[in-house]
Design a protein around this ligand. Sequence first.
Ligand SMILES: Nc1ncnc2c1ncn2[C@@H]1O[C@H](COP(=O)(O)OP(=O)(O)OP(=O)(O)O)[C@@H](O)[C@H]1O
Ligand SMILES: [Mg+2]
Length: 271
Amino acid sequence: MYEEHWGLSEKPFENTPDPRFFYLSPQHEEGLSRLFYAVTEGKGAAMLTGIFGCGKTLLGRTLLKELDRDIYKIAFITNPYLTYEELLMYIVYKLGGKDLPTRKSEVLVNVILERLNEILENNMRDGKKTVVIIDESHVINDSRVWEELRLILNFQLEDRFLLTLLLLGQPELKELIDANKQFVQRIAVKCYLGSLSEKETREYISHRLAVAGRVQPIFIDETYKVIYKKSGGIPRRINHICDLALFSGFGKGVSMIDEGLIKDVASDLEG
Ligand SMILES: Nc1ncnc2c1ncn2[C@@H]1O[C@H](COP(=O)(O)OP(=O)(O)OP(=O)(O)O)[C@@H](O)[C@H]1O
Ligand SMILES: [Mg+2]
């Protein structure tokens, strides 16, 4: 809608986890490289926690995009609001499992675990690595699910794991896992994402604008402090403020966005 006015080829601040827009702040870069390390080195499990809207899902999607599908067989679970049988079944299904038990009465955890074991062994025999990524893991509050995930991690050879489990979630995930002593010992890699600094907020905005086709600044220098303050450096909030500012600036026919306009849209968003 406002793209033409601002010389953009697409909208720069959409709240979708599109890896093309990924801005590598030092903490995002560290998180990505740690998860990459866990996967390529065949670690048992890794955990990425972080506050809401800070980029966990996008980081997971970026990792997914970077992994060579000829080598990595990946199940990316985005919505783990499932019973423990369903979650296990879904993992097996996403990894390409066929002939899964369909009737509730047949849904026996042992049958599904056996099927999973077959898949893992086949993948290993074919020189493939298996990765299971569970986004929003902090919603898993059924202790049987954690027990089951622990069982899955037991699928291992003497010298390596048959599967790498990546758990992404909000900070309470850490508490959930810490409460489960046997599980916590299996997490080989941990990382955390917090909010961006003011300098990073500025770089983040410039980066997203550049990906959307605009290299010349749109926001005047004084706006960044206000955007940072109003968003708390949280990317999802920065997106909301900047998107609305572009829309509003277009409506007013201005050629640059100043701090007054940012304050207006931010208070609209707060209200
Ligand atoms: N490093 C980044 N580079 C570019 N965009 C980002 C970055 N981090 C977050 N975003 C953007 O911010 C928005 C929120 O990110 P994302 O959905 O990944 O957050 P999240 O941590 O998974 O949040 P939640 O805890 O609510 O699931 C997305 O639109 C995403 O594109
Ligand atoms: Mg998310």
